[in-house]
Design a protein around this ligand. Sequence first.
Ligand SMILES: NC(=O)c1ccc[n+]([C@@H]2O[C@H](COP(=O)([O-])OP(=O)(O)OC[C@H]3O[C@@H](n4cnc5c(N)ncnc54)[C@H](OP(=O)(O)O)[C@@H]3O)[C@@H](O)[C@H]2O)c1
Length: 302
Amino acid sequence: MKILVTGGTNGMGKGVAKVLASIDNQGHEIIILCRSKELGEATIEELEKDTMNNKISIVLCDLTKLSEVKKAIIEIQRKHTFLDAVFINAGLGYAAKRIETEDGMDSHFQVNYLSQFMLTLNILDLLEKSEVGGRIIFNTTEEGEIFWDDMQMENKWGYEEGIHQGMVAKRMFLRKLHNLYKDKENKVSFIGFQISKIVWTNQINIIPAYMRIMATVMKFFGKFITMEEAGKIMAPLFNEAQEETKKKSGKFITWKNNEFIDIEEDPSVLDEKLQDKLWNISLDLCGDDRTKEISKTLLLSV
Ligand SMILES: NC(=O)c1ccc[n+]([C@@H]2O[C@H](COP(=O)([O-])OP(=O)(O)OC[C@H]3O[C@@H](n4cnc5c(N)ncnc54)[C@H](OP(=O)(O)O)[C@@H]3O)[C@@H](O)[C@H]2O)c1
């Protein structure tokens, strides 16, 4: 299978990329979307060495810049005629203060959600061409709310609130996509996944010292899993048969007691009017004619 992983140079994305590269006789092709050429190339070298899979490549894209998202979309479309799976994972974690992107957005909102909204809409056609059934797995969690009157968090900012807003936005987005695709016989499936244990990722290196000490104590008590363990849990979501994937489409799930189970979704996420509202705001924020055209075609097709 051909699998695109956003944020595959560290943490959960790297764990998923590593596990997928190593299984099924090293048969999967992995494309890592990353912001640093050096780190991307070092990741290829490391994963090739660890997994013996030589079908790993990178696409450069800093998700704080819509101009780079557009370039990455062109590169993916130029190099690939199809995709089988995508992991929408890249995300900003801890931050000491609000950082506004050059596109004038809150960086958590843009990196964790908006740029990947635009990326997703522009690669749906490649997933539709998958012969094994295209699927997108969104890395998300239960918390959060959309700050409709202050989505860019100019008036009231907190890094956790910013992360959580992105999580809800992803859950609303995948529901809407599922609703659009269910009448197309679920040609592409959309699944929200929450890891049920905390994963020891690069986040630990960037949080303040007192939080790192707390994390280290928690690690001692077994509260963390490694990125490879997270990758092993998630791998079936990417390479399972289409029939299984279809059953999960539109759902928000987690992994508990050795099985994938549903998480009850928040009514505000299921509200189709709110989903539409977010979709339209997101399209406006992308300000991209091609993305608007894709949306128009999708909405007309149902
Ligand atoms: N860790 C957990 O327990 C946990 C639990 C639930 C959900 N999550 C979510 O999982 C996702 C991954 O987090 P993680 O814990 O694995 O953190 P991580 O180790 O910091 O990985 C984040 C990934 O996103 C990439 N990224 C960040 N900003 C970017 C940008 N501007 N452009 C392109 N890529 C960018 C990073 O690139 P670099 O390698 O260049 O930094 C890295 O590859 C996040 O959305 C997080 O909220 C994590």
